[in-house]
Design a protein around this ligand. Sequence first.
Ligand SMILES: [Zn+2]
Length: 222
Amino acid sequence: MGSSWKLGSLFGVPIRMHWTAIVGALFFSGFRIAPGAWLGFLIVILVHELGHALVVKATKQRVLGVEVHGYGGHCEWSGNPTPLGRASIAWGGVWAQMGLFVLALPLAVMFSGGGSSHLDDLLRALTVNNLFLAGINLIPVRPLDGAEAWKLFPLLRARWNASRRSAPRRPVIEVKGPVGAPKATAPKVVNPPAQGGDLSPELRALFAKVAADARDARHKRN
Ligand SMILES: [Zn+2]
């Protein structure tokens, strides 16, 4: 991260800006003197990289820093996430851009065309240009995030299928209620029949008494 300035830290993540970010902002504003558009570009890139950083943290990996530069930005992190975690980290940037879009859209509807061209430029950068950049970034070609991000869906499907295969099968209890009944009655729980030799103490005592009486009767006859 050479030739860059430290802007500050957010949640312990150092944020830096590379000098080429100024060139990028100029390029995306069509080389106009448009501070609103420049600021919007820098905000979109910064939010994108912080989105990556957030998912890096959520997947229990380590964020080393975030840098905004002329051709986008960079979130430096270390760790060894699962393929699913890696694909989620790739999505983090675009997810954050979507969040920014949702927040900025009502502001753009309310305040665009209010007379300030700088504010218009800023709001356009946070909405239309933001979506455009997200779309470009999802093209599945390295080094764009799309190269990694689209693996998320086959990975999620594989995990879903695996969890369905390994789930314990529950016996299906069919409950038939009377026709037209609003609710099926709860199935009756029937105790399993006692196995041989598994008599209750009461029954065992009764059998012992009957046997003793029979013995007594035999003795009396003899
Ligand atoms: Zn990214």
